[in-house]
Design a protein around this ligand. Structure first.
Ligand SMILES: Cc1ncc(COP(=O)(O)O)c(C=O)c1O
Length: 454
């Protein structure tokens, strides 16, 4: 059993880091104070999650570097919480985007371009599914695919995992009560109906509970990240994903795999790496280098079932689709990014960097006898303030530590490193270097030395 953190020392360190953050960032603080016409003072309310009382305002972002309005340069390991996994404004993507919108013209038209077929074929090469449809966000892809799953199966419920996140999708904000019935997760904003009307929920890595809930016979789809990434990283135990696939088939539920974040596992995500066989595949965020882009993939068998329902309007206003979805700008961005930036070679490099990052952090956790753990999925890694690493969402949620979280974010930020808000996640992009990792390792060690009072 490692030594716990001294909470008094942590409280003092936190006061110091907050003060330093305010001193370093007067321009950001002024801009934040002036944003009285924005709801919550920010362009999107979640930007208030930034540690230190106000967010950094940034001026420029290239590769894995961000420069803020007070003139500080940062090594960015947040990378837009995966939206910028290709690096900020990668040249191949920005050249294609600029050419599309300035030279060819046409940001949105209601007409297809040939880029969609190229992207569809590339997504098939990577993830296996033969048929693709495009969205602007992973949230949209999940929402629309859920409707299609209900249509195809004639079943009403979506099965999710306690403390999962798949975007602002009504069905997913559930945790099980003492009887295993889905109830709204704390903080869920005005759900349209009680969660047990739409949702079944179990803990990740529990095949017994999964089978018990599927046995009700009303689950249209299991919606899963193959490793949870939004409550720390929770990795699947050996055999778990195979068991999930088997049970889905046995009980007539579709398997919906959301690789919006776990795409970090490799060019074909965990689906290619681990030979997963989803009926529906979801991706978003990174594939358009930050231009709003998402996609869902379907098996031929599922598409055939969907098309057996002429009463369902999937062409006009039946609840699937958005005017700007599949627009030429988004598809151009996806084509360039997949073709030239997030390539097979790039993943090999990014993953090797992340191996080093993870090994460095693990070694320091051990050297300073700190009760934390780190988990890695290819090019992303995240440390959690508990050891061993949790095996389900509820245990991982229980390990949350807001003070340590704020301390680590501010300690890094005050010294030139950005970690992902909401997580202690670090993501590698094609522009990250071994020198950047060395800077992080040194700062991480200094932070542990301070926490230990050495
Ligand atoms: C696994 C997963 N799916 C979907 C989403 C939703 O992505 P977006 O907010 O871009 O729609 C997220 C966002 O964090 C996610 O982590």
């Amino acid at each position: 059993m490692s030594n716990p953190i001294d909470r008094d020392r942590l409280a003092d360190l936190l006061v110091r880091e907050r003060e330093l953050y305010r001193e370093r960032n007067p321009e950001s603080q002024t801009l934040y104070g002036q944003a009285t016409n924005l709801f919550g003072g920010v362009p999107m309310t979640w930007m208030n999650k930034w540690s230190g009382g106000f967010p950094l305002y940034f001026k420029t972002a290239h590769g894995n570097r961000i420069v803020d309005v007070d003139g500080h340069e940062y090594i960015d390991f947040a990378l837009g919480d995966t939206g910028a996994m290709a690096g900020h404004s990668p040249l191949a993507s920005t050249s294609a985007i600029t050419s599309r919108i300035v030279v060819d013209g046409g940001i949105t038209t209601m007409l297809p371009t040939a880029a969609a077929q190229w992207v569809g074929a590339e997504l098939t090469r990577r993830f296996g599914l033969p048929l693709w449809s495009f969205t602007l966000t992973a949230t949209d892809a999940n929402r629309w695919a859920i409707r299609l799953a209900r249509l195809a199966t004639g079943k009403s419920k979506i099965l999710v995992f306690s403390y999962c996140y798949h975007g602002s999708v009504d069905e997913i904000f559930a945790i099980p009560d003492a009887q295993g019935v889905a109830v709204a997760r704390p903080g869920n904003v005005a759900p349209p109906v009680p969660l047990d009307h739409t949702t079944r929920v179990v803990e990740f890595n529990d095949l017994v509970a999964l089978e018990r809930e599927l046995a009700h016979g009303d689950v249209a789809a299991i919606l899963a990240e193959p490793a949870m990434t939004n409550i720390g990283i929770v990795l699947p135990e050996p055999g778990y994903l195979e068991g999930m696939r088997k049970l889905a088939t046995e009980y007539g539920a579709l398997l919906m795999i959301d690789e919006t974040h776990t795409f970090s596992a490799g060019p074909g995500g965990m689906t290619m790496r681990d030979g997963l066989e989803p009926d529906i595949f979801i991706i978003g965020k990174s594939i358009g280098a930050g231009i709003p882009s998402g996609a869902y993939g379907l098996t031929q068998e599922l598409a055939d079932k969907i098309l057996q329902h002429p009463e369902a309007d999937i062409i006009d206003v039946g609840g699937v689709g958005g005017t700007l979805a599949g627009n030429p700008l988004s598809l151009t961005a996806m084509k360039a990014t997949l073709e030239s930036v997030l390539t097979d070679d790039a993943f090999e490099y990014m993953i090797s960097l992340c191996d080093t990052y993870t090994n460095d952090v693990q070694a320091l956790i051990e050297r300073y006898d700190i009760p934390w753990s780190i988990s890695q999925i290819g090019a992303r890694a995240e440390y959690r303030f508990v050891t061993p690493a949790p095996t389900n969402g509820t245990d991982s949620a229980a390990a949350a530590d807001d003070e340590l979280d704020e301390f680590m974010h501010l300690y890094m930020c005050n010294r030139g490193i950005l970690m992902t808000p909401f997580h202690n996640m670090a993501l590698m992009c094609p522009d990250t270097t071994v020198e950047d990792l060395a800077v992080h390792a040194e700062l991480f060690e200094q932070a542990l030395v301070e926490l230990r009072g050495l």
